[in-house]
Design a protein around this ligand. Structure first.
Ligand SMILES: [Zn+2]
Length: 182
């Protein structure tokens, strides 16, 4: 780490998802399949851990032009709410899904477009949603730094990426005790 970096905000290495954050993201991604879902993440950083307390899905969100423009107003409302109720939460990033295209499987990795929209200091959670035809559900488990598992007819992989000051992204280890106990 550089000397100029504030010691209280080291680049995080892990992110912890609350139960409802996991559920909100997975359900939102399932509901709009094959469209992609997106939303905001609220939380805070504690040492090298990013705690995600709330996921706020955006309705009628589309990628591309709108993706960059629409969230501004919504974002201000979310920040105002957090301030007004002294929740101590900050907008720490966003989440979105990648969906299967024909036989081409979605991956929980940032696309070139995703990288273009990344801002330093932000967390980006990407859910890959692929069709699942297995008879038994796949228990949620760690897959490298990601979380993987199935819900209904979908197989998920969830990756967390943090954009550092040099605008490079690093993959964080995702922890979600709730999902891992399912
Ligand atoms: Zn993406």
């Amino acid at each position: 780490m550089k000397n100029s970096s504030p010691p209280s905000f080291p680049t995080p290495t892990q992110c912890l998802l609350r139960d409802h954050v996991f559920l909100t993201m997975v359900l939102a991604a399932s509901e709009v399949y094959k469209k992609e879902t997106l939303g905001f993440l609220l939380g805070y950083q504690a040492g090298d851990l990013l705690l995600v307390e709330y996921a706020v899905p955006l309705q009628s969100a589309e990628r591309g032009f709108v993706w960059a423009k629409v969230p501004e107003a919504r974002l201000r409302r979310v920040e105002e709410l957090s301030e007004r109720f002294s929740l101590g939460l900050h907008l720490i990033g966003d989440f979105h899904s990648h969906t299967q295209l024909g036989s081409s499987l979605a991956r929980a990795e940032p696309s070139p477009t995703d990288v273009t929209f990344m801002d330093p200091g932000r967390l980006y959670i990407i859910l890959a949603v692929n069709e699942y035809h297995g008879k038994k559900h796949q228990a949620w488990h760690r897959k490298g730094k990601k979380l993987a598992g199935s819900l209904g007819e979908f197989a998920f992989e969830i990756g967390a990426f943090y954009c550092d000051r040099e605008r490079h992204y690093v993959e964080l280890e995702i922890r979600c005790p709730f999902a891992q106990a399912l």
